[in-house]
Write a protein that binds this ligand. Sequence first.
Ligand code: ADP
Ligand code: 5GP
Length: 207
Amino acid sequence: MKRRGLLLVVCGPSGVGKGTICKALADKNAEIFLSVSVTTRKPRNAEVDGVSYHFKTEEEFKEMIRHDELFEWAVYCNNYYGTPKKYIMEMLQRGQDVVLEIDVQGALKVKEHFSEGVFIFVLPPSMEELKKRIEGRGTETKESIVERLKRAGQELKLTDAFQYIIVNDELDHSVKTLEAIIIAEKCRSERNQEIIKGVLENDISVH
Ligand code: ADP
Ligand code: 5GP
């Protein structure tokens, strides 16, 4: 019997390296599906519509909210971000593991109605390093960097809501840690009830 996929919710401050870790994970593991979010934020230089994000107008985004097409959504630094519902549900049903790389508000909403998700927070080795990474990425204005660092301070206060913490110091190690979390989560007894039942039904012991 095919098991339902795992829903992995990866959070952490902007610039900590979530996207880099998740992409490396998906490149190594064909069964991992990275959800593509919808946003009203303007595309950055190298971002492709439908790959990095589905870029929408505010009106289009609100229409998706009205039609209940989003699994969760949030406002982050004056822009809307959301996870399209239909596709991820189909993927999970097919047994694929789905990664949502979303902000803390969104993660808390997911936790309320999808508690079987796996909630992971990525920490920077230090705030200095976080600032260096956001600046080094070269995608934000000075204003946006200040806003994102302020937001990071607020998000770091909410780490207790997460089951796992990954300190993204060395990239390879972070990816391996994430893989280890996935393996351990798949071994949880509550995720293996059908398998246990199947083995018991085929009991060949002599009575
Ligand atoms: P996020 O998705 O969390 O906003 P990104 O994945 O875009 O962050 O990473 C921000 C910047 O930090 C990128 O330039 C990326 O190459 C760099 N980066 C990511 N992980 C590491 C790491 N472990 N060590 C050093 N730099 C990193
Ligand atoms: P960025 O503008 O740097 O791509 O993303 C800003 C923040 O929005 C990041 O914390 C990112 O994880 C978050 N984000 C991206 N997609 C979604 C989404 O679908 N829902 C929510 N709640 N946050 C998202």
